[in-house]
Every structure is written in structure tokens, then in C-alpha cells.
Design a protein around this ligand. Structure first.
Ligand SMILES: [Zn+2]
Length: 389
């Protein structure tokens, strides 16, 4: 069986923090990048837009310096428009990472020709010219620089425009090409078809990368379908933060590939035990909680089995109602006592509080519990003791 590696491109510090509360300074970015870099949380860390403002220039510079000095086993990436002055600034910020063979520029073109309108329109000729000039200039400045080109809003682009600009980027020296569903418009099979169609043109010369948004709740599904169509890099964010409804959630994408290794046969260089710590580290710098209790893989309740039948089955077969191996993610499978729980769970909960009673008393108390309001789901020692009154 052929097993292919999927590269994890973490864009939490660039696309991810493009939120209503996403202003991070360079120190905050450096702290989080260091965590990602040192704890095998990505193959590539995208850290900002150096030509956009001084804070990001400094962030990318400091992160590049630390990556080179401390030898983080990752590549540092920064976004840049296909403009020579932007390229120059981006490369200057990335310089320490590039010198140590770990620098990448992520080029995109501001303007496109979509199927529906041409209000952002660039003609193919001028777009190709800008792309080729920028890539050649970047290579001239630093031959060791890795070059990635991103086709923004790729799903809605005019096919001819998309293909010719992608091929121009490829022949100018871009080794990685992103097909971005920037507005979160694509449906899974539609995105699959697009990635496959481009893959047939670039074959194995170039790594295709997927970048999806969650406006329709499809970001993870689209990323997975893109990988199935032949993409080898996934652009994701911690906890799925990002513009509007966010980006593809990194933990969910990776858990899908790991849990269904039997189906995907993909290899990933990722330390899942540290993923929860990454979420905690992120929460500290963004100052809001991006998780719901049900957020896949890292939400507080996703490893808790509440109903009696589920609890019973889980004891007989740990995979009966759980596809994620939570031990690999630093989480514990839990069986909280709820109004739907079985007598076994009730006894276990009494034991956890150190409450010792006769079998008959326990059985009577359990019957009383089943008739109660379930303690409003907050089970305390006091609540349990009262059941024995
Ligand atoms: Zn995006």
C-alpha cells in the first residue's frame, strides 16, 4: 500500500487571526509560533503579512530568527502580494529562516477573473506578468527561498484564467500551488473535481495545497476531499479560527486522517498529544474562547459518553461510539453520571466521591435519582448524599 505524506500548513497566525478580535503583536505571535514549532504542530507555520504593517514585519522577522537559532523543525512562511516591493519586504523579514533553508513566500495576486463578474478583473496577460515577475524576483533575491503561489477564490475563477496563471506560476518556479476556496463557496465534490482537474495538469511536479473556509460548515470536508483528489498539503488553523466562520479546523482534519488511516493511508508529522495545549496557548493570546463544548476533537464534551446504552457499549467495545482515539490527543474518555446513565455508572460515581453504602441503599438511591431532575447535570457529593436520606 502506498502511503503518502500530507504536509500540515498552519496559518493560525496569518489567516486565522484575521478575525474581529485578531490584533496580535509580534511578541504574542512569536510565543505561539515557538509553541507550534517546538511541539511538532505543523510542517509549515505561516506567520503574517510583512508588507502590510510593521507589527507583522517584526513578527515574521523575530519568528524567522528564533526558528533558525533554535532549530525548530518547520518552515516559516509569510504572505505577499505579487508586487516587487512586497516581495522585497517579505523576503527581508524571512531572511533568517531562508538562510537556514526554512523560508517560504506565499504569493497571491490581488484581483481575479471570476466566472460571474469581472469587477476585480485582471486580464490573463497582466496577471501572468505580475506572477512571473514576482516569482523570478523572489528567486533572484534568495535562490534557496521556497515559493508557493495561491490562486485566490480558485473555485469561482474562470478555468482558463486559473489554469494559465497556475501554469505560469509553476514554470516561473513555484513548487507549491494553493487552490483557495477563499469565500467558503465550494461544495465537497465540486472542490474535489477542481483539485483533480488541476492535478491532472501539474501531475507530481508540483505540490497542490488546499485552503478552505467554513462559511457553509464544509471547510473540513472540502479539505479532506481536496486531499483525496491529490493535494498533499492542508492549510489549516488551530480550532478552525479565521475570517468569518473560520478556516478548516486543524485537529478535525488531522483526526480524520489518523482515525481513518485504514481508508486514507496518509502519513502526518504531528504530535497530537500537544494539540490541546496548542489550543490553550492560542486562547491566551487571542483572548477569546474559540471552542464550543462540541468542537470536534478538542471540545470539552467530545470524549464524554452520557447515555446508559452508550456507556454500556463503550465498556464492551471502546470503538462502539468513539472513532477518535482520545488518548492520542491528551484527552480522557469519560462517562459522566446523567439521568440516562446506568446503575454501573451511578456506582462508579459514588465511588469517585468516596460514598460507601449497602447494595440495597444504592439501588434505592439510584431509583430516586432516576425520578429526580438529574441534579441539573451538576453532580455534587451533597446532591448524591441527599439521595440516601
Ligand atoms: Zn483564507
Amino acid at each position: 500500500m502506498r502511503v503518502n505524506k500530507i504536509f500540515v500548513y498552519d496559518t493560525t497566525l496569518r489567516d486565522g487571526v484575521q478575525t474581529a478580535e485578531g490584533n496580535l503583536n509580534w511578541k504574542q505571535k512569536l510565543k505561539f509560533a515557538r509553541f507550534l514549532g517546538k511541539n511538532r504542530q505543523a510542517d509549515v507555520i505561516e506567520c503574517g503579512f510583512p508588507a502590510a504593517h510593521g507589527q507583522d514585519f517584526k513578527a515574521v522577522k523575530k519568528i524567522s530568527e528564533s526558528c533558525a537559532l533554535e532549530k525548530w523543525p518547520v518552515v516559516i512562511s509569510a504572505i505577499s502580494r505579487c508586487k516587487l516591493e512586497d516581495v522585497e519586504k517579505t523576503v527581508a523579514a524571512l531572511e533568517p529562516a531562508i538562510s537556514s533553508g526554512r523560508g517560504r513566500i506565499y504569493l497571491f495576486i490581488a484581483g481575479s477573473t471570476t466566472k460571474k463578474d469581472k469587477t476585480l478583473g485582471l486580464n490573463i496577460k497582466s496577471a501572468k506578468k505580475q506572477i512571473v515577475e514576482s516569482i523570478k524576483y523572489a528567486k533572484e533575491l534568495y535562490p534557496g527561498l521556497q515559493i508557493q503561489y495561491c490562486a485566490v477564490d480558485a473555485v469561482r475563477l474562470n478555468w482558463k484564467y486559473l489554469l494559465l496563471t497556475v501554469l505560469a506560476a509553476e514554470s516561473a518556479g513555484a513548487k507549491i500551488i494553493t487552490l483557495a476556496d477563499s469565500p467558503g463557496f465550494a461544495l465537497p465534490l465540486e472542490y474535489y473535481s477542481l483539485v483533480k482537474r488541476v492535478k491532472e495538469k501539474v501531475r507530481d511536479r508540483t505540490i497542490l495545497s488546499v485552503h478552505t473556509h467554513n462559511d457553509l460548515g464544509l471547510a473540513v470536508a472540502n479539505t479532506i476531499l481536496g486531499i483525496q483528489a491529490g493535494a498533499k498539503q492542508a492549510e489549516v488553523t488551530v480550532a478552525g479560527i479565521g475570517e468569518r466562520a473560520g478556516n478548516a479546523q486543524k485537529e478535525a482534519v488531522i483526526a480524520s486522517l489518523l482515525s481513518r488511516r485504514d481508508y486514507f493511508h496518509k502519513k502526518i508529522n504531528f504530535q497530537s498529544e500537544n494539540a490541546l495545549l496548542a489550543v490553550e496557548a492560542l486562547k491566551k493570546i487571542i483572548k477569546y474562547n474559540p471552542l464550543s463544548l462540541h468542537t470536534p476533537v478538542v471540545g470539552e464534551w467530545v470524549s464524554k459518553h452520557a447515555s446508559g446504552i452508550h456507556q454500556d457499549w463503550m465498556k464492551k467495545d471502546p470503538f462502539s461510539f468513539q472513532v477518535v482515539n482520545f488518548e492520542q490527543w491528551g484527552k480522557r474518555t469519560d462517562f459522566p453520571l446523567t439521568i440516562n446513565s446506568s446503575l454501573g455508572c451511578f456506582i462508579k460515581t459514588l465511588k469517585s466521591f468516596g460514598i460507601k453504602k449497602s447494595d440495597n441503599d444504592i439501588f434505592q438511591a439510584f431509583k430516586k435519582y432516576k425520578k429526580s431532575n438529574g441534579g441539573n447535570n451538576v453532580i455534587t457529593e451533597e446532591f448524591l448524599e441527599k439521595l440516601f436520606d
